[in-house]
Design a protein around this ligand. Structure first.
Ligand code: FES
Length: 124
């Protein structure tokens, strides 16, 4: 991994939690960190329903549905698999969130790879 930017301590994201960071270094959208099954993943806070990539949370860090089983876009209720980013319900069915490359150091610090890659709907 090339240049990176520190986000947080891995322990800051508990099981079944999601938090947003940024936007980082000129990116238009935040990075979502979410943990499920002990695995920490990074997704761009950009719903693929519109090519501009709509921010998804309804309040600060409000990225999960009520059951905390899926990431959700609160604009029109799309649900996304936490593991794959695939939309499984809603107007962007079958489309995916953009994965963001992260790494966790031996000391438990989480870093995001730069630049944060943003894809438009037409890139999918
Ligand atoms: S903008 Fe996300 S579901 Fe419509």
């Amino acid at each position: 991994m090339g240049e990176t930017r520190y986000l947080c301590r891995a322990l800051d994201i508990g099981e079944g939690e999601a938090k947003g960071f940024g936007p980082i270094d000129g990116a238009r959208r935040k990075v979502i960190l979410v943990r499920r099954g002990g695995v920490l993943r990074g997704w761009l806070d950009a719903c693929p329903h519109y090519s501009t990539g709509t921010p998804m949370a309804w309040k600060t860090d409000g990225y999960l549905n009520g059951e905390r089983t899926h990431l959700t876009c609160h604009s029109h209720g799309a649900l996304f698999e936490i593991e794959t980013g695939e939309c499984v319900l809603g107007p962007c069915l079958g489309q995916r969130l953009t994965a963001v490359a992260i790494s966790v150091s031996e000391e438990g610090d989480v870093f995001v790879a730069l630049p944060v890659e943003e894809k438009s709907k037409s890139d999918n």
